[in-house]
Design a protein around this ligand. Structure first.
Ligand SMILES: CC(C)(COP(=O)(O)OP(=O)(O)OC[C@H]1O[C@@H](n2cnc3c(N)ncnc32)[C@H](O)[C@@H]1OP(=O)(O)O)[C@@H](O)C(=O)NCCC(=O)NCCS
Length: 150
């Protein structure tokens, strides 16, 4: 495996085959059901002002992880959500996830977000530990989902 010592976290601003291939490898590690995004879908994330697609690259510039930060204004202020945090299996355990989340928190703060929310299923042990370690606190609220997929 290439090293993650010289890790860079950057915003993806253009979509190329390497980025599409990276998500083809990452998305199945995040969800068994969601198809990997095609180039036009990644373009939409990159172009939309409210979403920031952060990628972690190792010292060979290979994408080893990603998350998406959504920042938006609602009547109670600017809020942010972190979604789709994933690190490639071979790069886990060396701080890539933490670096991605910290970079997202910095951007959210710079954008004036009052809060940064995320959800994580309890069985995602590494993810839950990571978020608590970085200062997230479980919030006593009910999380609801309406699915149009039935
Ligand atoms: C959650 C996830 C993003 C964390 O990424 P990461 O780069 O491994 O994160 P970090 O290295 O910063 O921390 C991971 C933790 O796992 C430990 N770990 C060590 N070796 C590991 C390995 N080979 N595999 C997984 N975790 C390992 C780390 O020491 C750390 O443990 P700690 O919290 O007790 O200190 C990654 O495990 C992942 O992509 N999981 C699958 C998708 C997922 O659950 N996403 C979150 C959705 S909410």
């Amino acid at each position: 495996m290439a090293g993650t010592r010289n890790l860079t976290i950057e915003e993806a601003t253009r979509v190329d085959d390497d980025l599409v291939d990276a998500f083809a490898a990452l998305v199945p590690q995040l969800s068994r059901r969601a198809p990997a995004p095609v180039a036009a879908e990644l373009e939409a994330i990159v172009r939309t002002p409210a979403t920031v697609l952060l990628v972690a690259r190792d010292d060979t510039r290979r994408v080893v992880g990603s998350l998406t930060l959504a920042v938006f204004r609602i009547p109670t202020g600017v809020r942010a959500w972190i979604e789709d945090v994933v690190v490639d299996g071979v790069a886990r355990g060396s701080g890539v996830g933490a670096a991605l989340v910290k970079a997202a928190l910095e951007r959210a703060e710079a954008a004036g977000a009052r809060t940064v929310d995320l959800t994580s299923r309890p069985e995602r042990d590494a993810a839950n530990r990571l978020y608590v370690r970085l200062g997230f606190e479980a919030r006593p609220t009910n999380v609801y989902r309406y699915s149009s997929e039935g």
